[in-house]
Write a protein that binds this ligand. Sequence first.
Ligand code: NAD
Length: 319
Amino acid sequence: MPRILITGGAGFLGSHLCEHFLQKGFEVVCMDNLLTGSIDNISHIRDRRFTFIHHDVTEYIYLSGPLQFVLHFASPASPSDYYQYPIQTLKVGSLGTHKVLGLAKEKGARFLLASTSEVYGDPLVHPQPETYSGNVDTLCRRGVYDEAKRFAEALTMAYHRHHGLDTRIVRIFNTYGPRMRLDDGRALPTFIRQAIEGEPLSVFGSGEQTRSFCYVSDLVEGIFRLLHSDEAFPVNIGNPEEMTVVQAARLVRDLLQSRSEIVFNELPENDPKVRRPDISKARRILGWEPRISLEEGLRLCLPYFQEAVRAQHVRSAGG
Ligand code: NAD
């Protein structure tokens, strides 16, 4: 039975990956320090082939036994998280990636890095192909995340070229689905919570900036295919269905039949103006493309968000 280590496995994406690889017959080791993730994301997994290790991957990693695959997903991922944890974000992208690559090398395992569309920064090329090298401001607040991921990509390629390590890099575009935190500051969970609560939907700036949202099951399938391909260079995985942020807010409001108004707040520093993946490479080499439209995906995850809002009320009422 193949054995896989998933760092950040108690987070939003990591927990879906843990489930997926168990389903595909893998033995799964999930390693997480619970900085932005939660044990609640994996507590339903009752399988003898699943192990959780509470560990910070920026520290020395010891794992006994053979290992065939490593997915490195540990990192704060939403702007509010990496603003709160700037040093941890830089450390997990640099020291953490170094430790995890070292483990993969020692075990002779294939390594896959979770990179991000943020390596493209505020892009001057649209949509963004993998060949675009980006427009990133090192010194702005977002720089801690963008540069950590760019460093992690460079380190991964160095291990590939210099040590002959078998590596993959996925550049993930905005992904949504069950287990996102209501308060992580990303657009969709914020709009959904606000619409459920009957609060105004708060859009940054004019809301004319664009985003492309991918449903989590589509992303997981893309990652699974990339891991089993032989492509060492980065591959974009995301949904090219692009819309303005205000259109996304209206869609959420309509789906929830909410009467909330849409309000416009100050635009955060260096908020990317456009974001849309060019997925020609994923189509060509992985035969992958997303199947779930935003409207369908939102319907799929609404029950989760409704339950999360209800649970939050119970907690704040002290119940
Ligand atoms: P998340 O915050 O839910 O998950 C990240 C997990 O990493 C958390 O469980 C956290 O506790 C853990 N972690 C952080 N630092 C750690 C450390 N030093 N040691 C061990 N564990 C640590 O975020 P997510 O949305 O699931 O993102 C997962 C990965 O995917 C991240 O690397 C992120 O950069 C990448 N990504 C996500 C998106 C997206 O849309 N969700 C987009 C692009 C890239």
